[in-house]
Design a protein around this ligand. Structure first.
Ligand SMILES: Cc1ncc(C[n+]2csc(CCOP(=O)(O)OP(=O)(O)O)c2C)c(N)n1
Length: 655
């Protein structure tokens, strides 16, 4: 394997092909223990090698959309020795990160940003008069995302030099959806276009570099463009339907946007890729090269199950098998959400489910399977998902929108302007609220309480276990306001889920353990969501010492239960709030605001995430321990408050 991009330049095509094999072996074997985005990376091995053969980073810039397919680039840019630490504590991140390498020109983790970022770089380059190549690599599913079109709309009027690579493997995480995926499919299966495209590329290959090649290439290109028909956004019955201005039947969408389109070409054909990129480098017009790749190429199991191998945990490097779930393992929150939704849909014909390209991850797949007519996958289009739901709600439907907390962030204005302002009864199931440990800061969902709490009409809840999740979903279907339910990634608590979910009174907390009034110092612990278990465990330890403890499950972050908070605020000597969320503006802040309004002066210790981006780690528990979202730190903070035994070093987040 090579040490750095400069070595790739020296290799011959057969050597590069050998390198591709070595990289695939390293991907398959190196990720087997810890997991990662295997399938997407196996698909871009040749592309990444060709990019480094033709361009020179860090001067030239590669901008990867989502950047989950950046592992090969990491291997080729001096990070191969640390590759097996990827997504683990202290190791490489699983995405592009500017602070990790000068070869990572733009950080990402959320989809659809690459074209805009790359165009910004190109504009900056043009302004300063330098000559870097800016290459944007985006998947077919990035074209389900609105931002991509906002960027495309601006390319031709912003710069003359811009190289886009559309990496088309037909898959998002699940199968790609919508009209654009059908369009791409027609484009790539059009035999005439395929032949012309290949002829064109071969033609360019045979010519020496330079002006002549370019001139001829342009002539050849416009020649075959005119020959196209039947690959428009909508299949046209007759070629005459094409209006030639980008309407139905117009042949090449990108061309209509003022961007030269070249392809489709085989994205695993190294010599072809290299020559095409060489051509693109010489182009003095924005160009998009459409390449076809196979997700999971080189690993049978991944080819057979592209969705599973998009991103996964540990697997067997020979067979691709993943460890069986141990008997007795609690269900995952996402599955409880999917099963509950089916139950609710069966009882109420107005309920529908919406996912933004995450049917598996959110559990919506369960609804898709059981009641496909109630299921909508809108693609990576979170803003659209939210406004689409708002429209449905005006017509009497009860849409349940399941979006990861972190991805919902980009739909904030839609939540405000389209849902909350009109007080529409849309139900939001926010999965992955809390940490997504191995993904890191792009995927941690620790800001939603803050950004929702400030919006009028919001009802926001956080279940302490899976049974409560089901009750909250049921309750949400009975309210007439926007309702948000946040719950963590992965396994739930393992409590039984009632056959029929129960209604919860809005804005009510549950007193799980009350003061014993035994003369000891009174400490009230308010444990929200998954931190409820931590609160109960800390309470058990504190009760063994000189404390009289109460534990409350707040359930609601808006409206919070003013009566219960006031009662304990006045009775306790110390209040602790625990939340799997940023402290700033979170649940603890809501309690402090209430106390200020009610002139309650009882000290409040808030436990949650500090005001910084939380790094990635192998497990969430490691990060919780480090940042003090733990039983030990809760106990230590209480002891320290009363001037007891905790050593300062044991404390996280104050004294
Ligand atoms: C805003 C946002 N929504 C959802 C996701 C989850 N997600 C990660 S990768 C991906 C699919 C990407 O598909 P594509 O761009 O075609 O790349 P491929 O994995 O097929 O190479 C999705 C939906 C995300 N990263 N960002």
């Amino acid at each position: 394997m090579v040490d750095g991009p400069e070595h790739i330049k020296k290799l011959t095509v057969p050597q590069l092909q050998e390198l591709a094999g070595e990289i695939r072996t390293e991907l398959i074997e190196g990720l087997a223990k810890g997991g990662g985005h295997l399938g997407p990376n196996l698909g871009v091995v040749e592309l990444t090698i060709a990019l480094h053969k033709v361009f020179t980073t860090p001067k030239d810039k590669f901008v990867w959309d989502v950047s989950h397919q950046i592992y090969v680039h990491k291997l080729l840019t001096g990070r191969k020795d640390r590759f097996r630490t990827i997504r683990q504590t202290g190791g490489l991140t699983g995405f592009a990160l500017r602070s990790e390498s000068e070869h990572d020109s733009f950080g990402a983790g959320h989809a659809g940003t690459a074209l805009s970022a790359a165009l910004g770089m190109a504009a900056a380059r043009d302004k300063r008069g330098s000559n870097e190549n800016i290459v944007c690599i985006f998947g077919d599913a990035a074209l389900t995302n609105g931002i991509s079109y906002e960027a495309l709309n601006n390319i031709s009027t912003t710069t003359k030099k811009f190289i886009g690579i559309l990496n088309d493997n037909k898959w998002s995480i699940a199968k790609n959806v919508g009209a654009i995926s059908g369009y791409l499919n027609r484009l790539i299966t059009n035999p005439r276009y395929n032949k012309l495209s290949h002829d064109f590329v071969n033609f360019v290959l045979r010519l020496p570099k330079g002006d002549l090649a370019l001139k001829l290439a342009r002539r050849a290109e416009s020649g075959f463009k005119g020959a196209l028909s039947g690959v428009g956004l909508k299949p046209s019955e007759t070629p005459e339907e094409s209006d030639g201005r980008g309407g139905y039947g117009s042949p090449v969408f990108f061309e209509e946007m003022g961007v030269r389109y070249l392809g489709p070409i085989d994205g695993h054909d190294l010599p072809l890729l290299i020559s095409t990129l060489e051509f693109a480098k010489l182009c003095d017009h924005p160009i998009i090269i459409h390449i076809l790749t196979q997700k999971g190429k080189g690993f049978e199991a991944a080819l057979k199950q592209p969705e599973k191998f998009h991103g996964l945990g540990p697997y067997n490097a020979l067979t691709g098998e993943t460890p069986a779930v141990k008997p007795g393992t609690p269900p995952r929150y996402q599955d409880v959400m999917g099963q509950t939704l089916v139950k609710l849909c069966k009882a109420n014909e107005n309920i529908v489910g919406i996912t933004a390209a995450m049917p598996g991850g959110t559990g919506m797949k369960i609804l898709e399977k059981a009641m496909p007519e109630r299921f909508y996958d809108v693609g990576i289009a979170e803003e659209h998902a939210v406004i689409f739901a708002a429209g449905m709600a005006t017509m009497g439907l009860r849409p349940v929108v399941a979006i990861y907390s972190s991805f919902l962030q980009r739909a904030f204005d839609c939540i405000h302007h389209d849902v909350c302002l009109q007080d529409l009864p849309v139900i939001f199931c926010m999965d992955r609220a809390g940490l997504s440990a191995s993904d890191g800061p792009t995927h941690h969902g620790i800001f939603d309480i803050s950004f929702l709490r400030c919006l009028p009409n919001v009802i926001a809840m956080a279940p302490a276990n899976e049974d409560e999740l089901a009750d909250m979903m049921f309750t949400a279907t009975k309210t007439n306001h926007p309702t948000f339910i946040r719950y963590p990634r992965g396994e739930a608590e393992g409590v039984p889920v009632k056959a029929e979910p129960q209604l919860i009174e809005i804005g009510t907390a549950v007193i799980q353990r009350n003061f014993a009034n035994n003369g000891k110092r009174k400490v009230a612990l308010f444990g929200l969501g998954p931190m409820n278990a931590i609160a109960n465990q800390a309470a058990a330890q504190l009760a063994e010492e000189d404390f009289d403890v109460a534990v409350i499950n707040p359930r609601f972050t808006k409206p919070i239960d003013a009566a219960v908070h006031e009662q304990f605020g006045r009775e306790a000597e110390l209040m602790i709030t625990l939340e799997d969320h940023a402290l700033m503006g979170g649940y603890g802040s809501a309690v402090l605001e209430l106390f200020e309004d009610q002139a309650i002066t009882t000290p409040v210790i808030r436990i949650g995430w500090p005001d910084q981006y939380i790094e990635h780690a192998t497990t969430p528990d490691e990060l919780r321990a480090k940042y003090g979202l733990s039983v030990e730190n809760t106990v230590a903070r209480v002891q320290a408050h009363f001037g007891e035994t905790a050593k300062p070093a044991e404390l996280v987040g104050g004294s």
